[in-house]
Design a protein around this ligand. Structure first.
Ligand code: TPP
Ligand code: MG
Length: 351
């Protein structure tokens, strides 16, 4: 089944139904995380240009999906991300400081500089380091879901991937396997309408990517991915359904990529000049702020302090990360071998 949820403007009873009785608290928490994410993207792209970090993949325009996933998932769920879901780890409890240490690839980076930047690992919140090979995270998530089912674990695997990944072999293998074996996996398709320079209409001939899920017998729906409330309701409902049956579901989140693909990209070479204006009209952070303001939940003063707090938190994390040195060369061995490298035998001189 496909179909779009179009629900704004929300009134209070609808919010209570979608988010629970404590919806005001949940909306304010979501707004805090979205504001923090926006600040992180802007600072990190700047730091990359200054040569202070190596690489960055921004998530501007996709914050509502990640925050909703972070807030609606349970500790036993597994997150198998694409390039733009770091916020899910933070919302689930990974510390901002550790994430920023990772971006600087310093000695307190959990991966000690041995993973590409912006590919964090956050074991304590079951956030798996991203596989850069497009689509492979889908089969990884399906494997995790198979393990969860065999162990009778109540966790669900959340597989995040983009519109481009739906053309990869692993998408088809993963969906088929998950459907045939009824595995607890939620396929989270973030359709930001671009795979670097390839627009979605050149990626596929189907009208809606969600149809590809239906083709494998997986209940699939389209969701406005710039609407936090719709995203939250989708995750809350989808995760419980995948847990209870168990079985797979697919949600296609419609989005607008509001930045370059990554710090290595120049979209002015392939995007129409009016794309950004079009994307800005669907800014999820602005939509959230309009909702909070209309409901009287966020005053101008509170809004300013949320922004100031985000600026301060990111600034402090950067200062801390820059005060930590690089991993030592010895850590290459001590992180891996119980007793250090094998001694090198003395070289015997030829007689
Ligand atoms: C197998 C493979 N082919 C190509 C690439 C290069 N590449 C990196 S990201 C990307 C586009 C991914 O687009 P999409 O799946 O829509 O995700 P988005 O980046 O838009 O979030 C490509 C082609 C890769 N990493 N792996
Ligand atoms: Mg994409």
């Amino acid at each position: 089944m496909t179909g779009e949820i179009v629900a704004l403007p929300y009134e209070r009873p609808a919010l209570a139904q979608a988010l629970g009785a404590d919806y005001e608290e949940r909306l304010l928490a979501a707004h805090h995380w979205m504001t923090l994410a926006r600040e992180l993207d802007s600072r990190m792209l700047g730091l990359q240009r200054q040569g202070r970090i190596g690489f960055y993949g921004p998530a501007t325009g996709q914050e509502a999906v990640s925050v909703a996933a972070g807030l609606a998932s349970r500790p036993e769920d597994w997150i198998v991300p694409g390039l733009r879901e770091q916020l899910v780890a933070l919302v689930r409890g990974h510390s901002l400081a550790r994430y920023v240490h990772h971006l600087f690839a310093n000695d307190r980076d959990p991966a000690r500089g041995r993973q590409m930047p912006c590919h964090p690992t956050a074991r304590e919140v079951k956030y798996v380091s991203m596989s850069s090979v497009v689509g492979t995270q889908i089969t990884h998530a399906v494997g995790i879901a198979y393990g969860l089912k065999l162990r009778k674990d109540t966790g669900v695997a959340l597989a995040f991937f983009g519109d481009g990944a739906t053309s990869a072999n692993d998408f088809h293998a993963g969906l088929n396997f998950a459907a045939v074996l009824s595995l607890p996996v939620l396929f989270c398709l973030t359709n930001n309408q671009w795979a670097i320079s390839v627009p979605v209409e050149r990626q596929t001939h189907v009208k809606e990517l969600a149809m590809k899920g239906s083709a494998y017998g997986i209940p699939s729906r389209r969701v406005d991915g710039t609407d936090f409330v719709a995203c939250y309701a989708t995750f809350a409902e989808g995760l419980e359904a995948a847990r209870a049956s168990p079985g797979p579901l697919l949600a296609e989140f419609l989005l607008y990529r509001m930045t370059p693909h990554s710090s290595s990209d120049d979209p002015s070479r392939y995007q129409a000049p009016d794309w950004m204006a079009h994307a800005l009209a669907h800014d999820p952070v602005r939509r959230m702020e309009e909702l909070l303001t209309r409901l009287g939940i966020l005053s101008d003063a509170a809004h300013t302090s949320v922004r100031e707090e985000a600026t301060r938190l990111v600034k402090e994390a950067i200062a801390e990360a820059e005060s930590v040195g690089a991993p030592t060369p010895e850590s290459m061995f001590t992180d891996i071998l119980a007793s250090g490298p094998l001694p090198v035998p003395p070289r015997s001189e030829p007689a």
